[in-house]
Ligand binder design. Structure first.
Ligand code: MTE
Length: 312
């Protein structure tokens, strides 16, 4: 199904062990990582500089960060290409500035944000998240961003708001893939409001302490680490609070294969492959997939009483 070139297979690095996940947040300001919670900060490159040495830290399970090179050269971003290795070269000249994000719908204070204001006005944190694609590969990402809940609190959803709908930029001039009529562009995704308010749901502006590169969704993407990667929509320009469940691009393109919830669940297979195991990029053997991608403690309660086979 998926072919990984040998360049992806990196030797194991020695790494510093870190304290438990939510205790390990480092506050990022103007491109520099400041220590938080007395955790030794990882060296962070200045914008435009070389990324820090891969494998310098781990997630809360002790797994090494995926090297910057792999995170930025093995990408799903169909607006550029369906070939993971072509996304980086094709996105090299993507214009991620100036950039506006319109937040509206069922809210008391609709607003259009400039990306620079989102970076300045919301405290940027580093969060190390596992990233599990529905195709059964995974990585560990040192994202920089801020909780979606903080943005939602500012616009104040009304009592009718039940879901959040996200939309990627529509610009076939910059996104060659959008000239292909096969997919219902623009890329759209959605979360239930309580999922969106969960502290793990992150609006991402950076990676490895630098601005987010185009291939990973510059200048603003979502990261919902307990869900398959396709929920983590890239290059977001529109966020709407709505009262009906949004139809995502993948729900429209393949309704029998891709549902609204898309929670990582090793017990529920994709119709064409198993989800019981995954291949961590950089590792040779497969590892067991974890329920909710290892974040059950933080999110399982959101699905109490739901049949996760029906709500795939
Ligand atoms: N967002 C947009 N706009 N277009 C896409 O093709 N691909 C999704 C998601 N977000 C995608 C997207 C999929 S399938 C995955 S696995 C992740 O982005 C990949 O993120 P990465 O390339 O940063 O690893």
């Amino acid at each position: 199904m998926i072919n990984i070139p040998s360049s992806e297979i990196t030797p194991e690095h020695g790494y510093l062990s870190r304290r438990a996940f939510l205790k390990t947040l480092a506050i990022v300001s103007a491109g520099a990582v400041l220590a938080a919670c007395s955790v030794k900060p990882r060296a962070t490159a200045a914008p435009g500089g070389t990324p820090p040495h891969a494998g310098a830290a781990t997630d809360e399970l002790g797994d090494a960060l995926t090297p910057y090179e792999s995170i930025t050269h093995y990408n799903n971003f169909y607006e550029f290409s369906t070939d993971k290795e072509q996304v980086a070269p094709l996105s090299a000249n993507f214009k991620a500035s100036p950039w506006k994000v319109e937040v509206g719908g069922l809210v008391k204070n609709p607003r259009t944000y400039d990306i620079d204001d989102l970076r300045k006005n919301f405290t940027q944190e580093e969060r190390i998240y596992r990233h599990r694609c529905v195709e059964a590969w995974s990585m560990v990402m040192p994202w920089v961003g801020f909780p979606l809940a903080k943005l939602l609190a500012e616009v104040e959803p009304t009592s009718e708001a039940k879901f959040v709908r996200f939309e990627t930029l529509y610009d076939p001039g910059q996104f060659p893939g959008q000239n292909d009529g096969y997919y219902p562009w623009p890329y759209a995704e959605g979360l239930r409001l309580d999922e969106a308010m969960n502290d793990l749901a992150l609006l991402v502006t950076g990676l490895y302490g630098k601005d987010l590169p185009p291939q990973d969704g510059a200048p603003l993407r979502l990261a919902v680490p307990w869900k398959y990667g396709f929920k983590s929509i890239k290059s977001v320009v529109k966020i709407d609070l709505v009262d009906v469940m949004p139809v995502s691009l993948w729900m429209a393109a393949g309704p029998n294969e891709y549902g609204f919830y898309a929670n990582v669940n090793p017990a529920v297979d994709h119709p064409r492959w198993s989800q019981a195991t995954e291949r961590r990029i950089g590792e040779l053997s497969r590892r067991k997939s974890l329920m909710f991608n290892g974040y059950a403690e933080q999110v399982a309660h959101l699905y109490d009483g739901m049949d996760l086979r029906l709500n795939y």
